[in-house]
Design a binder for this molecule. Structure first.
Ligand code: SF4
Length: 152
């Protein structure tokens, strides 16, 4: 969505790991983002029962969604909507994880098989499966659905 660039241009301080110049800087940005005023992200699946399902490698995204930033905005495409929690977890494991592996340059079995085999590979990209069922702080988290296919 180009949000980081637009926020930077208007003078906001932005912690976006994709703008980091190296791995060390990326790690610092990820840590700083845990205490940002606003955290803007996507998620991997949302069930019609109300679950927000995240499948993460290091877990910094899920950590910030759960606690730290005062406000969390989640933006998803309609392709992330699933019927049940079970469907949402299946989507995360069988669609999101392989696509994320490809993006990040890892090679777990699901990348070739297009399905999760619950591997213990060193290339594993899903050490954290985090299901958010609600928020203790009312209105802290807001989820926007864009009526198009977007993200994985
Ligand atoms: S457990 Fe392995 S095969 Fe399953 S989604 Fe994670 S990385 Fe892929």
């Amino acid at each position: 969505m180009n949000i980081s660039k637009l926020l930077k241009e208007r003078g906001n301080i932005v912690f976006d790991k994709t703008l980091a110049e190296n791995k060390a800087e990326s790690e610092q940005v990820k840590k700083k983002s845990l205490l940002a005023d606003w955290y803007i992200t996507g998620t991997n699946a949302v069930s019609k029962e109300g679950h927000i399902v995240n499948i993460d490698h290091s877990g910094n995204r899920a950590a910030a969604m759960i606690y730290g930033p005062d406000n969390v905005i989640i933006v998803i495409g309609r392709n992330k909507i699933c019927g049940t929690l079970d469907d949402a977890v299946k989507r995360a494991r069988n669609i999101s994880a392989p696509m994320n592996a490809r993006r990040a340059g890892y090679n777990p079995p699901c990348l070739q098989l297009n399905r999760c085999i619950d591997c213990k590979s060193d290339e594993r990209v899903c050490f954290n499966l985090v299901i958010i069922e609600g928020q203790f702080v009312k209105d802290r988290m807001k989820l926007f659905i864009v009526d198009e296919e977007a993200g994985f």
